[in-house]
Ligand binder design. Structure first.
Ligand SMILES: C[S@@+](CC[C@H](N)C(=O)[O-])C[C@H]1O[C@@H](n2cnc3c(N)ncnc32)[C@H](O)[C@@H]1O
Length: 395
């Protein structure tokens, strides 16, 4: 007996699911449900789409686990009521079907699921709403993937025109990364006895630098970002209460002068994966040279797993995205990073896995305060306190 073709359908459905989600975001469908459940008629009116089409999109989102749908409870008013029946004698076809009626069922009432409530509202604290469009990289690169793999590079690389893609990506990724970065910052003790310096290379909207400055109220920061993208870093700093402690420098992290031996933390947030291996190794060495004794290198990324498995879907597909859209080599492995860090004189420290597939690797410059004053970091995977403390959670 051949196996079921369901896995192939699932892959095709991935395309459909993605575009259904994009449509829902474009229509503001999640916002329409943010203040409570609506029946199909009210939802249709809120998103400006006729009831049949809006209902079908909502049903698809239910199937995808982003909305819930339950039959209306008689006597309970939810959102709008169905529009009154048009005046005049019933037609040959019988009375009009009540709004929102699916064949054979009662009227459905739609509600936001927990994932949508937490991640898909545009102004949510950890919103991924903008990231949905940006995360696959420029969409037009995907249909040419076979040719890209043969040729060794896409027809246009993101880094050829950083101002076209990175500003939107940087803004889109910041809300989620801010929570991750704050959780990591809580794990690292703020140094005492001097004003701490936090350096963020390829800062984007600076979720990492600003989270550290939020956690370490006496620290100052230095964010480096490309001239084509640096307005995003400046915008983010201006909007943040800790932003007046962040110096923003326009330039390449390969060339900008860094404070030799002056930083307590250097962050490489999602930048190594797009660099060719020799450039990535050099960048780790630059970051290491900027650390003072006892200082910590923080690398947040999606390292390629040693063994592919469904459990490693996120990081494996992220690596493929890098190949499809940039001149990078499709991500590095954790062992590569530790090799580069050791080569630069650092000692590997704890590793955290804040979100599915995402790994935060640390390495420390030997020396600094005695272990009594500051516990020596131990290598190995460490649980990270909740990325979202209960008080911030909608769940
Ligand atoms: C994926 S975003 C990551 C932003 C942020 N660090 C984070 O973790 O959310 C990568 C950022 O690195 C910046 N970048 C890429 N190459 C760079 C370079 N040579 N020098 C400075 N920044 C660079 C891009 O402009 C982009 O904002």
């Amino acid at each position: 007996m051949p196996p079921t073709p369901a896995p192939v359908w699932e892959i095709i459905h991935g395309f459909r699911r993605y575009w259904a989600l994009v449509a829902a975001l474009d229509l503001g469908l999640f916002e329409a449900l943010a203040s409570g459940p609506l029946d199909a008629a009210a939802l249709a009116e809120a998103v400006g789409v006729d009831i049949h089409r809006a209902g079908l999109l909502a049903d698809a989102l239910v199937v995808m686990g982003l909305l819930t749908a339950a039959p209306e409870v008689p006597g309970v008013t939810i959102g709008s009521q169905p529009p009154p029946s048009p005046p005049g004698p019933p037609s040959q076809a019988g009375p009009p079907e009540p709004a929102g009626r699916a064949a054979g069922s009662g009227r459905l009432v739609y509600n936001l699921g927990l994932v949508a409530a937490n991640y898909l509202l545009r102004d949510g604290q950890r919103s991924m709403a903008r990231l949905v469009r940006e995360a696959p990289g420029p969409h037009e690169r995907w249909p040419e993937l076979a040719e890209t793999l043969r040729r060794g590079a896409p027809s246009a690389r993101v880094e050829d025109d950083p101002g076209a893609f990175y500003p939107n990506l940087a803004r889109a990724t910041a809300p989620l990364q801010r929570g991750v970065a704050a959780a990591v910052a809580r794990e690292l003790a703020a140094p005492s006895g001097h004003q701490a310096l936090v350096v963020d290379l390829g800062a984007g909207a600076a979720p990492w630098a600003l989270a550290f400055l939020g956690a370490w109220p006496d620290a100052r920061g230095l964010a480096v970002e490309l001239p084509e993208v640096v307005h995003v870093t400046r915008e983010a700093a201006a909007a943040d209460p800790a932003g007046d402690r962040l110096d923003v420098v326009a330039g390449s992290f390969h060339r900008v002068e860094l404070p030799a031996g002056g930083a307590d933390v250097v962050i490489l947030g999602h930048v190594l994966r797009t660099e060719p291996r020799t450039a990535a190794r050099r960048l780790v060495a630059r970051a290491a040279a900027a650390l003072r004794p006892g200082g910590t290198l923080v690398v947040a990324d999606y390292p390629r797993p040693d063994v592919p498995s469904p459990a490693a879907t996120t990081e494996t597909l992220m690596a493929l995205t890098i190949l499809a859209t940039t001149g990078g080599q499709g991500a590095f492995r954790a062992a590569d990073l530790y090799g580069w860090a050791r080569g630069a004189g650092l000692t590997p420290g704890p590793t955290y896995t804040p979100l599915a597939g995402q790994t935060v690797l640390t390495a420390t410059r030997p020396g600094g305060p005695s272990p009594a004053a500051r516990p020596a970091p131990r290598p190995g995977l460490r649980p990270l306190g909740s990325v979202y403390p209960p008080s911030e959670s909608r769940e």
